[in-house]
Design a protein around this ligand. Sequence first.
Ligand SMILES: [Zn+2]
Length: 254
Amino acid sequence: MYIKAPELYSEKKKSKALALFLFCALCGLISLSGTDEEPVLSYGIASKLIVVDPGHGGFDPGAWRGNLLEKNITLQISKKLQAYLSGGGAVVVLLRENDEDLAPKPFKGSVRERKRADLAARVQAANKSGADIYISIHANADVSPRWSGAQTFYNGKSEASKILAEAIQDELTRVLGNTKRKAKTGNYYIIDKTEMPAVIAEVGFISNPAEARLLTDSAYQDRVAYAIFSGIIKSQSKEIPEKEAWARVKELSK
Ligand SMILES: [Zn+2]
């Protein structure tokens, strides 16, 4: 966990700024409003264990258009999300760091069986880790090129997943400014079987040429990752009474 303060601050000013920041963070007063901001300590996610699952990989490219593969976009955005979350003080488990699937190797069986084993391994890894939150990153595709927009999905039986999905959707809408989609329930194995609040974030449609171009742009990927990060924080922020917040600030600045 760390807080980046401007270098020109004196130590005294720094600790005052730190105390003020912590107070605001504890009270949930800090609102993150852009991708230019430094990673910040967030009381909401500090020390939380968060599984980030880049969809597809290896033999399974996910959706594709030409040489644009979903598995590459999901990995790039997941790594950016991992960086934001770690910067915010969370412990992050990234389920894959390379172009690979998670099925046992060597795998004997059909492609369909391998896909099933891959998904089962992701769920098992998340459940075994005892994570507080599970985020699966995907990109969408449709036969028609007209559809666009990032959208989150959650298991309708989980209220905590709903809160998380709606908070992330709100931030995707606010930060990206190009989707009016709403968080939606969905019957997907991966959010059905994971035992913690879980969300699938479909970051956009690679079947829409304009959005496909955005999704391969590193700066846009950054904004997507930031929006998801910010949504997670907002879903976790709890109102703390002022007195208690100051007591914690005192404790932390000792
Ligand atoms: Zn996918």
